[in-house]
Design a protein around this ligand. Structure first.
Ligand SMILES: *Cc1c(COP(=O)(O)O)cnc(C)c1O
Length: 455
């Protein structure tokens, strides 16, 4: 073998610090606002988040030390491998080199434990005993269940009732790690009881599940709430992905020309792209031509068709207002299979960089993503999560353009998770039952009418 296909790091090479891109932005990040349009005081959120997390949320320090106990837990699966998709390159006949950072090696099967572990750690540090969260398909819920078990916290997950009934596997995964999982709306909270009183068979929604998890955390001093994407501290934790990838590229003397990542809330995209963007901001020559592309579903196109404005982070309007690309907090995306990409907004940090032209955004249709995912699975053996298939679609298209132009570009994408719990989506694709869904403009306009008028 002349060139390496699997670039590994040693355990001691797990980064010692996370990278905070807020330190390097040309304009300071827009502050979160309260419903009155005034910047919120972080202490307003102290009932549901621990102090160290709130500090990270607001921090403009470039490097933030990773606690030793967190690095030790990361060592269960990190550093994750950087792999070269040589078989896919050959099948495509491209001169491009295709690399991927494989985050599916974590116990929960995705990048999400990268943030679940430090969130559990900081909560335990301030004496919190229990964590709550909401989950739709179950990826964040299972990550926090795993992290809670590793760090000795109880976890209660409010799982959207339809998913609870239709997707038992991730529920059992959470229960296996010791978490309590409840179908939402549940009789355990005011919010849940109020809904069940009028509609006992309510199917639930992510908005309702968030409200239940937040209500419980706010009403119990021993309990806090956790969120798996969107917020600055989550992107900070995910910077691990890009920091490791940079070391891995240094080992083989290469540097990516284009980075692709799927983008839902934006945490894994920020995680892989920001440490490379740091080189560009620092004026490093190797990064001068770097392009970073966030790939989203055509059916939930917040970055490509949304408006850059202040909006609520959740459907019920409980969260502070954040400046981001949004389809409107009332927007209900169609039931596509990439559950992790069905979010009406996007991380404020990713949004700002798209707005400033530092990051590109691209929307792809559902069927083309599964086609790409299956092409990848048949070439490389690994079955990607439907979310990751979005980045694979984009990378394959770029590799085919390289074939036309003869450019031997170095391409990197984030393989954010494996698809072992998503076989029913693959089954539907293989049977020809999956559809593309492009959003009608009227629907977009309608959802945006509910944008709060602040900021
Ligand atoms: C949750 C998830 C995503 C999307 O979330 P981001 O915060 O945008 O990273 C992507 N891929 C997988 C496998 C996920 O579980």
């Amino acid at each position: 073998m002349s060139e390496p296909t699997r670039i590994l790091l040693e355990e001691h090479e797990i980064p010692t610090h996370w990278y905070n891109i807020a330190a390097d932005l040309s304009t300071p990040p827009a502050p979160p606002l309260g419903p009155d349009g005034k910047p919120i005081d972080p202490s307003a959120m102290a009932a549901i988040f621990p102090e160290p997390i709130l500090e990270q949320e607001m921090s403009r320090e470039r490097w933030i030390a990773i606690p030793e106990a967190v690095r030790e837990t990361y060592a269960i699966w990190r550093p994750s491998p950087l792999m070269r998709a040589v078989r896919l390159e050959r099948r495509l006949g491209t001169p491009a080199k295709i690399f991927f950072k494989y985050e599916g090696v974590s116990p929960a099967g995705s990048h999400k434990p990268n943030s679940a572990v430090p969130q559990a750690y900081y909560n335990r540090q301030v004496g919190i005993k229990r964590l709550t969260t909401e989950t739709g398909a179950g990826q964040w819920g299972s990550s926090i269940a795993f992290a809670g078990q590793m760090l000795g916290l109880e976890v209660r997950v409010y799982m959207v009732r339809v998913s609870y009934q239709q997707k038992p596997q991730r529920r059992v995964l959470m229960e296996t790690w010791g978490a309590e999982v409840h179908a939402s709306p549940s009789p355990l909270t005011e919010t849940g009881r109020r809904i069940l009183a009028t509609e006992p068979d309510h199917p639930g929604s992510l908005g309702i599940a968030i409200s239940e998890a937040v209500e419980e955390a706010a009403s119990r001093p021993d309990t806090n709430y956790t969120l798996g994407s969107v917020l600055n501290h989550v992107l900070l934790h995910q910077s691990l992905i890009g920091l490791e990838a940079k070391k891995q590229f240094e080992k083989i003397g290469l540097y990516p020309d284009v980075i692709f990542g799927p983008c839902g809330g934006g945490s894994s995209f920020g995680g892989i792209a920001f440490p490379f963007l740091a080189d560009k901001f620092a004026g490093e020559r190797r990064a001068a031509g770097l392009r970073c592309v966030a790939v989203e579903p055509e059916s939930c196109p917040s970055l490509t068709k949304g408006t850059y404005a202040y909006d609520y982070g959740d459907a019920s309007g409980f969260t502070p207002l954040m400046r981001m690309y949004t389809l409107g907090h009332d927007f209900v995306p169609p039931g596509i299979h990439a559950g992790g990409l069905r979010y009406h907004g996007a991380s404020p940090l990713v949004s700002q960089l798209v707005h400033e032209g530092q990051v590109e955004a691209l929307a792809v249709p559902q069927r083309a993503t599964f086609e790409a995912g299956i092409q990848f699975a048949r070439a490389e053996g690994i079955i990607p999560a439907p979310e990751s298939c979005h980045a694979i679609r984009a990378v394959i298209d770029e590799a085919l353009r390289c074939k036309e132009t003869g450019e031997p570009k170095v391409l990197l994408f984030n393989l954010t998770g494996h698809g072992h719990f998503d076989m029913s989506a693959y089954e539907r694709y293989l049977r020809g039952e999956l559809e593309d869904y492009t959003l009608p403009d009227e629907l977009l306009a309608e959802a945006l009418r509910t944008l709060p008028s602040v900021g």
